[in-house]
Design a protein around this ligand. Structure first.
Ligand code: ATP
Ligand code: MG
Length: 429
């Protein structure tokens, strides 16, 4: 029976494995093949004089990245990866790989990201690239587990919608029979309606679509958002949950993914301490202004300002008490000073990871905020009605899955942690 390469140890007497030929080396009387599967790499050693003519003939036909299977004797050997090798008694070429390969999977020849993304099926075979997605998998699972354990219900809200979440321009229009429709930019309005429905605590890990015009290393046109909403809670409750979850995801990765972290060269993987430091928006713009990025109250934090403040903070942190004018209409203002609101951003020193807030649950106030932002309440009728029939106070956030993974693993481009990224220039593969 075939076993994963990870499980082939010197203690096994025999093993049957299958995988891709990672490297081939012919030293006259000896041929070395490195065979790779998802779990690792194994040296298959073929002493030409000792193996059968059938095995030799099969090996002759192989090329790098062909899929093979073999069975034979396992021996301890110091110099081989994992301290063992397999000497095959049977050897089958299951699927032949054409030559030359369009991309070097063993990473000896570097390739541009664009080329790599064009040939993603080969690129993903690289142990380094593979490790990123195994870690992403563990992070998202850890986050789901944490939320299930804390009584959150996982939901799926529609991605085809009639109204813009924030009335923004970053929308992809859609041909939907004879109606106008869009791809949803956030599950925000639906999460809130579920608070009225009494779902109490919900989470969704799903796609958001943003028609961002500019190509940056931290924006995608299709991203995964980890969204939560909780009732009878304020922004401080939402922030506590967020920092705990981010820290827990790091902890789980440190725990489960030590091999992948090693492959990525992240031997000093830090688990962020909670609580994260908090500064107000005013403090953030003061820090930026003092360092020459001059901002005044009501300005959005520029990328340069985010960087200055991030360098100063040196760890994950929150920015609170934002001007109401630059936050969405559904944000709850402070009663004693409605110029500022109960919104927060959670920041990594490099960039924003999450935005959240206590939401406005009071129908009349919400209505006036929609009008004040110049939006048409009629397009939000489906959303506003639930506020008329019993809406608890609530708070929540959206955390960008890719931004989290990108900053965690110190990746330079967000596309590195997306299987098939969508950006301004790319809708294929
Ligand atoms: P930014 O200002 O950095 O573009 P945003 O404030 O527009 O982000 P939000 O609407 O607050 O984004 O979305 C919540 C989170 O979702 C963000 O903090 C980010 O982690 C993630 N996110 C939003 N837009 C994108 C995108 N285009 N690509 C990748 N992640 C995104
Ligand atoms: Mg934001």
């Amino acid at each position: 029976m075939r076993i994963p390469i990870r499980d082939v140890t010197p203690a096994c007497e025999r093993a049957e494995i299958a995988g891709w030929i990672h490297e081939e080396r012919d030293l006259g009387g000896l041929t070395f093949l490195l065979v790779r599967d998802r779990t690792g790499i194994l040296q298959v050693t073929i002493p030409k004089k000792k193996v059968s003519p059938e095995v030799l003939a099969a090996i002759k036909k192989t090329s790098r990245e062909s899929v093979i299977s073999c069975e034979g004797i396992v021996k301890a050997i110091e110099k081989a990866p994992g301290g063992r090798e397999l000497v095959p008694e049977t050897f089958n070429v299951i699927s032949h790989a054409d030559t030359p390969l369009p991309l070097d999977v063993s990473e000896k020849v570097p390739a541009e990201l664009d080329t790599r993304l064009d040939i993603r099926y080969l690129d993903l075979r690289k142990p380094r690239v593979n490790a990123i997605f195994l870690i992403r998998n563990v992070a998202l699972r850890a986050i789901s587990e944490y939320l299930w354990d804390h009584h959150f219900i996982q939901v799926q809200t529609p991605k085809i919608v009639a109204a813009a979440t924030e009335g923004g321009t970053e929308l992809f229009p859609l041909a939907y029979f004879d109606k106008e429709a869009f791809l949803n930019q956030s599950p925000q309005l639906y999460k809130q309606m579920l608070m009225s429905a009494g779902f109490d605590r919900v989470f969704e890990i799903g796609p958001i679509f943003r028609a961002e015009e500019h190509n940056t290393v931290r924006h995608l046109n299709e991203a995964i958002s980890i969204d939560i909403e909780m009732s009878f809670a304020d922004e401080l409750d939402a922030m506590k949950l967020l920092e705990k979850i981010v820290s827990y995801a790091h902890l789980k990765i440190a725990d489960i993914c030590s091999n992948e972290l090693t492959v990525l060269g992240l031997n000093n993987f830090d688990i962020p301490n909670t609580p994260f430091p908090r500064i107000t928006y005013q403090e953030a713009i003061d820090i930026a202004t003092a360092k020459g990025e001059i901002l005044s109250f009501g300005d959005d934090l520029s990328t340069a300002a985010e960087k200055i403040v991030g360098d100063e903070m040196g760890t994950m942190y929150f920015i609170t008490e934002w001007p109401s004018s630059i936050r969405p209409f559904y944000t709850m203002p402070f009663t004693n000073n409605p110029e500022i609101c109960r919104a927060f951003d959670m920041m990594h020193p490099r960039m924003e990871l999450s935005s959240g807030a206590q939401r406005c649950h009071i129908y009349d106030l919400l209505m006036s905020q929609i009008k004040a932002k110049g939006l048409d309440p009629d397009t939000f009728e489906f959303y506003l009605n639930p506020f008329r029939y019993g809406m608890p106070p609530h708070a929540g956030w959206g955390l960008g899955a890719e931004r989290l993974i990108m900053t965690m693993l110190n990746l330079q481009n967000i596309r590195e942690c997306v299987l098939f990224p969508r950006d301004r220039h790319r809708v294929s593969p």
